[in-house]
Unconditional design. Structure first.
Length: 137
């Protein structure tokens, strides 16, 4: 099983607006749970390093998706994330970053065809990585 991190970028919010971000991410979480994923949760912030403030608020903008079958689910997850971002047009973040292992995809505004090509390349790289890992087991 692999964990895919979905992180909302440039969502600078005041303490009062954190609640709306949490509600929006809860909606995305529910959408993702409709897929054949193992789990969708929030990352653990863990204890703050000595002399620093808690990083709990830094984790409010992320979800962790536990995937049972990486190649089969990646396109579905990306589609759900893009649809969610499209529905939140007025309050949509400027970017969403998906990270699986060392592979990173940023979904942002811009040319739809370029986003489609980058998404396909990312899925291919993640799939190749998964296949290499399976063959070394």
């Amino acid at each position: 099983m692999e964990q895919l991190r979905i992180e909302v970028q440039d969502f600078e919010r005041s303490g009062q607006d954190v609640e709306s971000l949490l509600l929006e991410l809860d909606g995305l979480r529910e959408d993702l749970l409709q897929l054949d994923v193992q789990d969708v949760g929030r990352p653990s912030a863990g204890p703050a390093p000595p002399g620093t403030r808690s990083s709990a608020l830094e984790q409010v903008n992320a979800l962790l998706v536990t995937l049972t079958a990486v190649p089969a689910l990646l396109l579905q997850v990306v589609t759900v994330v893009k649809n969610w971002r499209g529905r939140a047009a007025d309050s949509a973040p400027s970017g969403i970053v998906l990270t699986l292992g060392d592979q990173r995809l940023e979904i942002s505004g811009g040319d739809a065809e370029q986003q489609r090509v980058l998404t396909a390349m990312w899925i291919e790289a993640c799939t190749a990585r998964e296949e290499r890992g399976a063959s070394s087991d």
